[in-house]
Design a protein around this ligand. Structure first.
Ligand code: ADP
Length: 500
């Protein structure tokens, strides 16, 4: 009860009103709908474990109705046929509306997924930028490219596909909703989004503000809430989608890709990672270690492209590890909305058990616990907190090979450039690796030698609009996000030819 009172003191009236709804319904065809069987699930604040919302839990038949609505809206709402500049104006209006309510969105996101408030603000800003980026980009696309061929008139036309499905995870709920929806909508598609059951609130709040302002025709944006194995599986199985986008674990990504494969629906999978940072002996040790500690504690390490294997050149290994230990021990773990907090909780008890189990399994497999980690106590808050941890030892250790998804980095030495590259690439994943050195020629060489979708120089977790971001191997397939290629994914090419 005391937590509720503290929270009320800091939340805006708008947010409080939104949270006070006895039931949060799904948004389908411009209406708020409940599961036919009346089922619900609970959403908790990871920082306190208090219940913050009850949400309708849709089943397969409910989800299928939403897909029918999205298909119907594609053909009849006028959205897909709207001139591109008018659609772009609508996307800018969505961005304006989110911007006007930036702090409300950030509060909801912080509360729902345990993200520290400043990071939630950055995520919301990113969504605003994403809508603006794709609104502007959509107006530069060549929707009819003429092809010069002998004895034929020919061109390629680009049209939206139809209803598109999105299944997203709990670590960046709002940001990933934006990355999925903005390019698909900009291209004229209609959308059905299934948020993670841990964190459905920001997507529902987006529907509220879009609904209130009448920004989109009914049925163009639909949000189906429910559990992964029911609502998520129903989205992945529905044959009426034209494209599917999944972000989450490789295990579920496989299931979604299998279901889409059976229906021959193109699917984009953004999955996990086990990124490496390759740190050479010519770095500024204080600065590089600080940036890596910031990266692994950013959103408590629940970031798929994070650097979780820190490969350090042998001659600075000891000094670098000491610097990491002292910086990491100083990280202030606390409630996400408290100003002094540098690292918030994990999203759920399930996630906390997973992280703690990897510390145990790693040690059982012979790794050293350089910085112990374990459960963190935050006075007055019964949330899912852990301390950041550092492990070291053989790179064959389970904690060095499998994705932990928490504030845990694994350290190992390397001798020369070739070995650094080889160790970085010795993984089934391929999302984001970084190279750290003051020799920029070496940085470029190493960054290009990474077998991953992204190679970063003297930084980690760098995702900017316009630059393709995606993974290979166990990290994903089917295209990336936030770049012109992404918009192109949502446009269906048709070649038209007339012999002359
Ligand atoms: P994480 O490891 O981040 O929890 P998951 O892969 O478990 O990621 O979940 C990502 C998304 O996939 C969530 O929206 C979740 O509800 C959904 N999901 C979980 N199980 C299934 C499934 N069997 N089919 C489709 N979606 C699922």
């Amino acid at each position: 009860m005391s937590t509720t009172i503290q929270r009320q003191a800091s939340l805006s009236k708008d947010v409080q009103r939104f949270l006070d709804a006895p039931l949060h319904r799904a948004y389908v065809g411009g209406r708020w709908v409940e599961a036919a069987d009346g089922a619900t699930f609970e959403v908790r604040d990871p920082g306190s474990s208090d219940k913050i919302a009850t949400v309708t839990s849709l089943k397969e038949a409910d989800v299928n109705k939403a897909v029918d609505v999205a298909v119907e809206a594609f053909h009849r709402s006028g959205w897909s046929k709207m001139p591109v500049n008018e659609r772009a104006a609508v996307l800018h209006r969505i961005a304006d509306t989110v911007e006007a309510k930036l702090s409300q969105f950030a509060q909801i996101e912080s509360l729902d997924c345990g993200k520290i408030y400043a990071q939630a603000v950055a995520d919301v800003q990113n969504v605003i930028d994403t809508f603006r980026y794709f609104a502007d980009l959509a107006q530069t696309v060549n929707y009819r490219s003429v092809i010069a061929v002998k004895h034929h008139e020919a061109w390629v036309a680009r049209h939206p596909w139809g209803a598109c499905g999105f299944i997203i995870p709990w670590n960046f709920p709002f940001l990933l909703a934006g990355w999925g929806l903005a390019p698909a909508l900009a291209a004229g598609n209609t959308c059905v989004l299934k948020p993670a059951e841990d964190t459905p609130l920001s997507a529902l709040y987006l529907c509220h503000v879009i609904h209130e302002q009448g920004l989109l025709p009914a049925g163009v944006l639909n949000v189906v809430t429910g559990l992964g194995e029911t609502a998520g599986a129903a989205v992945s199985r529905n044959p009426k989608f034209k494209r599917m986008s999944f972000t989450g674990s490789p295990e579920i990504g496989r299931l979604v890709a299998e279901a889409c494969g059976r229906n021959l629906i193109p699917v984009k999978c953004e999955l996990g990672g086990k990124g490496a940072a390759v740190v050479f002996n010519d770095v500024d040790i204080a600065e590089a270690s600080k940036k890596l500690v910031q990266a692994i504690t950013f959103h408590a390490g629940q970031v798929c492209c994070d650097a979780t294997r820190w490969l350090i050149q042998k001659d600075i290994y000891g000094e670098f590890v000491d610097a990491c230990v002292s910086q990491m021990s100083a990280v202030q773990v606390g409630y996400p909305m408290d100003e002094e907090t540098q690292m918030g909780p994990l999203v759920s008890e399930k996630q906390r058990s997973r992280v703690l189990s990897y510390l145990k399994k790693g040690v059982a497999g012979g790794a050293d616990l350089v910085l112990e980690g374990g459960v963190a106590e935050v006075p007055g808050r019964n949330g899912y907190y852990v301390k950041p941890a550092l492990m070291a030892g053989s790179l064959d250790n389970v904690a060095a090979r499998e994705e932990i998804f928490g504030p845990v980095a694994y350290l190992a030495p390397f001798t020369n450039e070739d070995e650094g590259i080889r160790l970085a690439n010795d993984t089934d994943y391929g999302l984001g690796n970084s190279v750290w050195s003051s020799d920029l020629a070496r940085c470029s060489r190493v960054a290009e030698a990474f077998e991953s979708g992204n190679g970063w120089i003297n930084a980690h977790n760098v995702v900017v609009h316009g630059v393709p971001y995606g993974g290979i191997g166990k990290s994903g397939m089917g295209g990336g996000v936030v770049s012109p290629e992404t918009l192109n994914d949502y446009l269906r090419p048709i070649s038209v030819v007339r012999p002359l």
